[in-house]
Structures are given as structure tokens and as C-alpha cells.
Design a protein around this ligand. Structure first.
Ligand code: AMP
Ligand code: GLY
Length: 426
């Protein structure tokens, strides 16, 4: 089968690596890809906002499955265009992608299906929003309704911060995404991510992960796309996974189907493990980045068959087995990230054969310039390692990082600290 993968980040490099191992794969194309992906796929230039061009590419190249990495093309209806042209696609319709594209949509679904989540209210003007905030008090959480590249959420510890966030939204800081705001109760607990493959009817549980969103050590400083991750997250016990399936994922699948927008693709639940059980913080309709980079190396199955199974509605007869090992990834960033990353510094990677066993360096924001590999975005590399434990995987990942010659690049040295503490305490 020929496959077209869409995207250019570390997530897509991890997907490309795994897809490339499938015995049923013929050619893997990736649009636009990156220098790491180019080692396992044929990178092609395609404007993914031009749906006709994507459909034509699939027809000309006999593509039997399109795998969409990031959320933006999904929210933009690429999966719908492909499906209408009878091209199988892994990823939800625009309607179903509202689970990520509109916080208000997801909250309304939670209301209707009784899914545990933070109490909330939705507003389209600042005075009413502020009155509500005054009545609830701080801490409180302010969210732009739409897609805001991960920047639309403010966890406000004071009323002043909350008011400022509301003003930012309505003054256009997040463009159209901030035309409405969702104001939420502040939840306390530990966060965990849970992933399922979905075929419209069946949700097949995958595994768990935890990431670090803050740029600084000790989880401080501004939010980023994610500075590192590990899988599995031991805090998500089998019992919590079962509870999450029953109280959150299954009712979501049912509710979406009832609304005529069955969910296909990967459903990524951001959970808060509260004293009252797991609560949904948010949904994403794609793999996490960098969570995908720690999930793929642990998966024992043929990813292509699973994704095709999801696209074809066949997941009820499939399963996912996992290597009995942990994976961890550390993100190396270009200087200035996340505010404004400086591009162009030269990255020298060790030869693969010299890397410690079980290490893969996924490329995210890199480019080729002449003979050099250079930084071409905020998050440059995802240094991923396997180990018997998360602690061991991280030790190996940091050993590999110390072999990378990129003086300008930086990373957090404390990825996985919670899990390392848990492992140390047995
Ligand atoms: P989101 O983009 O919805 O995942 O929010 C980004 C981050 O804000 C989450 O990962 C949480 O750390 C935090 N957050 C979001 N909603 C809440 C909430 N209701 N209570 C506490 N923290 C939250
Ligand atoms: N790492 C968080 C995300 O992909 O949304």
C-alpha cells in the first residue's frame, strides 16, 4: 500500500518510522516532511490547504491511506475532502474535529453525555465574562474557544490575571479563536494523557503518557508544545484506564455517533486525576507531540494495519500490544523558544551506530542547508530512548543528548521527575 503522511514535526517522524516497518507498505510519502523523515519516506511538496491538489496526488500515486498528523488540516476538513473522493483517511471529519477545534463544543458534549469535566460557562463578551469570574473567584481558568496553537489557555491565580486574559481574548489576541471564551473551574490533581484509536464506533485503548508543557526546569516558565514526555504513566493504573474508558471515552464515541459525527482517528484525552476520579481537561484529535514519540517505540503492532483498520471501521476485531518497556523523550530546542526561536544554528548529530542502544533521534524543526543540518523551528530534536524503567530510559536519552554537538540548543534536564521519584520510592 502507498501511504501519504501529512506533517513535518517529531510526531510525524515517529509515525513515519513506525509506518515504514509495515510489511504491507509499498511507498511512504510525506508532505512536507523534514530531514529525519526523508530517511524513511519520500518527502513531497503539497499545499495541504488545497484539498484538490491532495486528492489529485493520491489518485496519481495510488495512495491507499492518508495519515494526517496535525490538527489544522483536520479542522479544515481535509479528511472530508479525501473521503468524498473515496481516498481512505486516518483522521476525523471537520465536524468530529470540533472535539479539539472548539472547547465549547466539547463542553456541550460533556454536559449531554454526563462526562466528568470542570464546571464551566461560555461567553461572547467581556462584561458578562468578568461578572461570572467575580462570582466564582480565583483560581479560575480562561480559554479561547477555538484553536490557538496551544496558547489560548490561562490558568489565572488572581482575578486580575483572569480579567486580563478575558480582555486579551476579546481584543483579538487569538484572532477568531477568541471570539468566545470558556471559563472553567480550576481542577487540582496530576495530569495524564490517554490515547485511543477510533473507527467511528469502537475505541481501542492504546496507552498513557505524561508530558512537560513548561519551558523551565521544575515545570516553570511559559507554556510550550511540550519539552519532553514518557510512557507509560504509572499513575494511570489499569483501574483508572477502565474508569476513563467507561465514563469518558465510550460516552464520547456514543455521543458523537448520535450527533451524526462519528469519530475516526486518534482521540487524545488530556485528563486531570482529581480526588473525585479522572476528569476531562481537553480532547485533541491527533497524537500528542512529543507523546507520539514515546508511544510509537513501545507499540508492537503494525501501525499501518491499525490505522487502516480505524479508517475502515474494523477496530472491533483488532488489539494493540505493547513492549514491556518504558520510553522517554527529551526535546532539544533552538534558543529563544517558545517566545521566538532563533533559526539557523548548525546541529551535528552522532552517527546512529555510535548512539546508545534503544535511542532514536526524531527530527522536528530541522532543515538541510548545504551539507549542514540546521535548526529550523522552536523544537528541533526529540531524543528518545527505551529502558526497563522511565528512569533508565531518561538516563540513556540524556547520554545521547550529551553526544549531540549543538551548542545553541537547550533542553530541560529534569524530564520525568515525578515518575523518577515514584520509581525511586518503589
Ligand atoms: P488545554 O490547552 O485545555 O490542555 O490547557 C492547557 C493546560 O492548562 C492544561 O494542560 C492544564 O495544565 C491547564 N488547565 C486547563 N484546564 C484546566 C482546569 N480546568 N483546571 C486546571 N488546569 C487546567
Ligand atoms: N504535547 C501536547 C500536545 O501535543 O498537545
Amino acid at each position: 500500500m502507498n501511504v501519504l503522511l501529512i506533517g513535518s514535526g517529531g510526531r510525524e517522524h515517529a509515525l513515519a518510522d513506525k509506518l515504514s516497518l509495515s510489511p504491507v507498505l509499498h511507498t511512504l510519502y510525506c508532505a512536507p516532511g523534514n530531514p529525519g523523515i526523508a530517511e524513511v519516506a519520500e518527502c513531497v511538496v503539497l499545499d495541504v490547504t488545497d484539498h484538490k491538489a491532495v486528492v489529485d496526488f493520491c489518485r496519481v500515486n495510488g495512495v491507499g491511506l492518508v495519515v494526517v498528523g496535525p490538527e489544522a488540516p483536520l479542522v479544515d476538513g481535509l479528511a472530508d475532502s479525501l473521503k468524498s473522493a473515496s481516498v481512505p483517511v486516518f483522521g476525523p471529519s471537520a465536524a468530529a474535529a470540533q472535539l479539539e477545534g472548539s472547547k465549547g463544543f466539547t463542553k456541550a458534549l460533556c454536559d449531554r453525555m454526563g462526562i466528568p469535566t470542570a464546571a464551566y460557562a461560555k461567553f461572547n463578551n467581556a462584561p458578562k465574562a468578568k461578572n461570572y469570574i467575580r462570582s466564582r473567584g480565583a483560581p479560575i481558568v480562561i480559554k479561547a474557544d477555538g484553536l490557538a496553537a496551544g496558547k489560548g489557555v490561562t490558568v489565572a491565580m488572581t482575578l486580575e490575571e483572569a480579567f486580563a486574559a478575558v480582555e486579551d481574548c476579546f481584543e483579538g489576541a487569538f484572532g477568531e479563536a477568541g471570539a468566545e471564551v470558556v471559563i472553567e473551574e480550576f481542577l487540582t490533581g496530576e495530569e495524564a494523557s490517554f490515547f485511543c484509536l477510533c473507527d467511528g464506533t469502537t475505541a481501542l485503548p492504546l496507552t498513557t503518557a505524561q508530558d512537560h508543557k513548561r519551558v523551565g526546569e521544575g515545570d516553570t516558565g511559559p507554556n510550550t508544545g511540550g519539552m519532553g514526555a514518557y510512557s507509560p504513566a504509572s499513575i494511570m493504573t489499569e483501574a483508572l484506564i477502565a474508569e476513563t474508558m467507561e465514563r469518558i471515552i465510550e460516552p464520547t464515541m456514543k455521543g458523537m455517533a448520535e450527533q451524526g459525527m462519528p469519530f475516526t482517528g486518534v482521540l487524545y484525552a488530556g485528563l486531570m486525576l482529581t480526588a473525585d476520579g479522572p476528569k476531562l481537561i481537553e480532547y485533541n484529535v491527533r497524537f500528542g507531540d512529543p507523546e507520539c514519540q514515546v508511544i510509537m517505540p513501545r507499540l508492537k503492532e503494525d501501525l499501518l494495519l491499525l490505522m487502516k483498520g480505524a479508517a475502515d471501521g474494523l477496530l472491533s476485531s483488532m488489539g494493540a500490544r505493547w513492549r514491556d518497556a518504558a520510553a522517554a523523550t527529551v526535546v532539544m530546542c533552538a534558543p529563544g523558544y517558545p517566545a521566538s526561536a532563533e533559526k539557523g544554528s548548525v546541529i551535528k548529530l552522532p552517527k546512529s551506530v555510535d548512539l546508545p542502544e534503544g535511542v532514536t533521534i526524531y527530527h522536528a524543526g530541522t532543515a538541510r542547508k548545504g551539507d549542514n543540518l540546521i535548526a529550523n523551528g522552536g523544537r528541533g530534536l526529540n531524543v528518545t530512548a527505551m529502558g526497563k524503567t522511565v528512569t533508565e530510559a531518561l538516563e540513556t536519552a540524556y547520554r545521547a543528548i550529551d553526544m549531540i554537538d549543538w551548542p545553541e540548543g537547550f533542553c530541560r534536564r529534569d524530564i520525568g521527575w515525578r515518575e523518577i521519584e515514584r520509581e525511586a520510592n518503589g
